[in-house]
Design a protein around this ligand. Structure first.
Ligand code: ATP
Length: 239
């Protein structure tokens, strides 16, 4: 199966019970690219990610992935198409070991490919290799986030969607986590949509950045350009 494909949202309108949150969002993530989705709390980042997963239905607009119209597909279909989520909050199973958590992720793969997928995860995340028999609840915040990312990656996704993976982690841990994410995107060629409030770190690994403000795209530019624009940072990103 080919890795990353193109993701395209067009004129996406989403709301909750008639209260609109996204007012006509357009964005594209190129195959193999990392897009940083930026914006203050309440901008609508999480709503956008939940719409992609199929948890929330858009009131109008298009979602296309690899040429397929996703808007009409179920949550299960989207997962089957290789859309993997790393939701906010480092959700790993606390009562299972690192290895068991990864095995759960690998269930999506044909049986004969599972061992290699786990070995690949341990190669990439050496902290997890050392902790393979530890339970989820014994891990540090950084290790738990690595496990959440590793578990998503062992499913061999074509599109990886992450919601604020850096939240609450020390800068050094964030740098390491994002380094692994960058390598994984490059090596596996998967498409990545990274919602973050940690603007500097996100833009350091992204190809492009999109700034959401009150449910509208107010900037869509190469990451390096966004990082170098203090006016934009002041206006929308709060620093
Ligand atoms: P994050 O929490 O990741 O920073 P975000 O703050 O950018 O994400 P959302 O969580 O998408 O944005 O919230 C956007 C707006 O939608 C907010 O005003 C929020 O109150 C509202 N909202 C979010 N979820 C719901 C819901 N289930 N029902 C009603 N309103 C909601």
């Amino acid at each position: 199966e080919p890795a990353g494909a193109r993701l395209e949202l067009s004129d996406l309108h989403v709301g909750y019970g008639g209260a609109p949150v996204l007012h006509g969002v357009d964005l594209v993530v190129e195959p193999g690219g990392i897009l940083a989705l930026l914006g203050a709390n309440g901008a609508g980042k999480t709503t956008l990610l939940r719409t992609l997963a199929g948890f929330v239905r858009p009131s109008s607009g298009g979602i296309r992935f690899g040429g397929l119209d996703l808007a009409a597909r179920s949550v299960e279909d989207r997962a089957r198409l290789g859309i993997a989520q790393v939701p906010e909050g480092r959700s790993v199973v606390a009562e299972l070991t690192v290895e068991e958590n990864l095995r759960l992720g690998a269930l999506r793969l044909p049986r004969r490919e599972r061992a290699a997928a786990l070995a690949g995860a341990y190669e990439r995340f050496d902290a997890l290799a050392r902790r393979r028999s530890s339970f989820g609840h014994q891990l540090s915040g950084g290790e738990r986030q690595q496990l959440a990312l590793a578990r998503a990656l062992v499913t061999r996704p074509r599109l990886l969607v992450l919601d604020e993976p850096s939240l609450g982690l020390a800068p050094k841990i964030v740098a390491q986590l994002f380094g692994v994410l960058r390598d994984a995107a490059e090596q596996d060629g998967l498409t990545v949509l990274l919602a973050e409030q940690n603007v500097t770190s996100a833009l350091s690994i992204a190809d492009r950045g999109v700034v959401l403000h009150l449910g509208r795209v107010v900037a869509d530019r190469p990451a390096a350009e966004l990082a170098a624009d203090p006016d934009l940072r002041h206006a929308y990103l709060g620093f």
